[in-house]
Design a protein around this ligand. Structure first.
Ligand SMILES: Nc1ncnc2c1ncn2[C@@H]1O[C@H](COP(=O)(O)OP(=O)(O)OP(=O)(O)O)[C@@H](O)[C@H]1O
Length: 254
């Protein structure tokens, strides 16, 4: 088994008296797609926020490739390869789809906002951005402002931007939320493609059981901020404690 790329050790956050994530210890490895499930308010998004740095841990640690990143900012973590998909509100809605992706490619190449670069360099960035457009099947909307895209294409653009950052950890929080059934398969296919690259570690928060079944190599269950179960999908979804606590009844587990 490969070394873990991301580890949480006794990771905890308190909001006043409420412990939203409580001593969660888990290791995530390259080539593995882990789905995080649990009832509403279980702490799934908060656990994500602790790993990507949007929230500071009250105690415990986050390790990336063995290095303690617990006190690092979200951008320092991103530079170390932790890639989190965010909704497009964080981006440049008036710029075209291609320009948004090119900026992500440029940020990844370490150029930042440097303007004085040979034309050939700019062309290479554009070619790379076009490859991500093709991979995510957004070529036909390349020149539209990102803000004008239908919801389904916006979610694909979020995945394209993440891919352009070339992270080794991909984190998706309900990637098909609010999507019509027509578009969800496109996004799931993209995630399946990322998972097929065995150098990548993929974490997914998801409620939809058909998505969980289609993609999960492993499932962890959070409940009241605690790690309730961790294992192979059939084993976890079949376990009595998960049925009782998370699913309430045997309904929906088939
Ligand atoms: N910034 C915050 N301040 C105070 N309480 C918070 C904060 N963020 C989350 N919480 C609380 O922590 C708990 C876990 O919330 P979280 O959003 O992580 O749950 P979740 O499992 O992602 O739920 P859902 O499936 O509904 O998205 C909830 O009780 C929530 O109200």
């Amino acid at each position: 088994m490969s070394e873990p790329s991301l580890v949480t050790r006794d990771l905890t956050i308190r909001f006043g008296g409420h412990v939203a994530v409580n001593n969660v210890s888990c290791a995530f490895r390259p080539g593995e797609l882990t789905v995080i499930v649990g009832p509403n308010g279980a702490g799934k998004t908060t656990y994500f926020n602790l790993m990507s740095g949007q929230l500071p841990a009250s105690s415990g640690q986050v390790l990336k490739d063995g290095v303690d990143i617990t006190r690092m900012s979200p951008s320092a973590r991103a530079q170390r390869g932790i890639g989190r998909a965010f909704q497009l509100t964080n981006l440049f809605p008036q710029l075209s789809v291609l320009e948004n992706i090119r900026l992500a490619v440029q940020a990844r190449s370490g150029d930042g906002w440097r303007m004085l670069r040979p034309v050939g360099h700019f062309r290479r960035l554009t070619e790379k951005a076009e490859r991500y457009l093709e991979e995510t099947r957004l070529t036909k909307v390349a020149h539209q402002p990102a803000a004008n895209l239908p919801h389904g294409d916006q979610r694909k653009l979020e995945v394209a931007l993440l891919m352009a950052m070339e992270p080794d950890i991909y984190m998706f929080d309900e990637p098909t939320a609010g999507m019509s059934l027509d578009h969800a398969p496109d996004v799931l296919e993209l995630i399946a493609g990322i998972k097929a690259d065995t150098s990548k570690t993929v974490l997914l928060v998801e409620h939809k059981m058909d998505v969980v079944r289609a993609l999960a190599d492993r499932i962890i269950v959070l409940h009241n901020g605690e790690l309730l179960a961790d294992g192979e999908p059939a084993e976890v979804m079949g376990s009595r404690i998960v049925r009782d606590v998370y699913l309430g009844t045997s309904e929906g587990v088939a």
